[in-house]
Design a binder for this molecule. Sequence first.
Ligand code: ADE
Length: 293
Amino acid sequence: KLQPSDAILVRGISRPKYYILHDEIVLDGKLGAGAFGQVWRGKFWRKNEAKDVAIKRLNHGKSGKEILRGFVKEAKLVQKLNHPNLIRVIGIAPTEEPLMIILELAKNGCLKNYLHNLSKKEKRVEDEILIGFCLDMARGMAYLAAKMIIHRDLAARNLLLGEKMEVKISDFGLSECGKIEARATKIKVPIRWLAPESIDTLIFTTKSDVWAFAVTMWEIFSMCASDPFPGLTNRQAKDIIRDKSKNPPMDPPNETPKQMAKLMVECFERNVEERPGFAEIMRKLAPENEDLN
Ligand code: ADE
């Protein structure tokens, strides 16, 4: 049930705070586009104050009543999540097309672009900084895992950079909504990031998120110069992921610091039971904090 403090009066109608109207949003410029629609930067105006935000505009789809109800329910859930390494979901604008998701703006953009562009100039970021990116990602994922939320699409393309170059994970929870319109055609599956146990079933767990964490570590330590399984087709990548004799399925990039290469291989464990969880991964990335748990 809505508490009075959860609601806001808009045009005389009481709505939950996360329920945003299209005329409270001003679009400033396009940031990117994906299968689900477009991402813009812009301003969220409320009570005469403007907040910088990112806006996901979903493609027109079959936004039937049922889907819309699911969308609102999901938004209610994820807007409560609050962690420095997760992109905050500020709200949704479900009253008009296109449906919009209003997100915290990550001032320094996408980690993948940042590393990829440096790699093209033959530059490399210091190991300590790359390890820091992995630790930030592990902290955000440990928070999600503790809330029993499965990401399903952890990859460098879904890591953004905040004001202090801290990693912020995006596209959790509501990412499902992005698939609404994709379902009509064909769901795009991120094959190269899929755990062996998910590849045929498309069943995801926190442990399949851990596998994707290993793939994302591989991307980070290769400076996002290429996609995982470089030079291979999707079909070939799939065969290697399925091949029980390929342990790990992908060698850590040559430049990977030893401890990080070891952790990556542990997260590429084929036996789900033996694959570490995110709390353990976090401890391994920040050994000085080991006593704090
Ligand atoms: N691209 C996609 N989502 C974004 C966000 N929240 N901030 C900045 N760039 C983005």
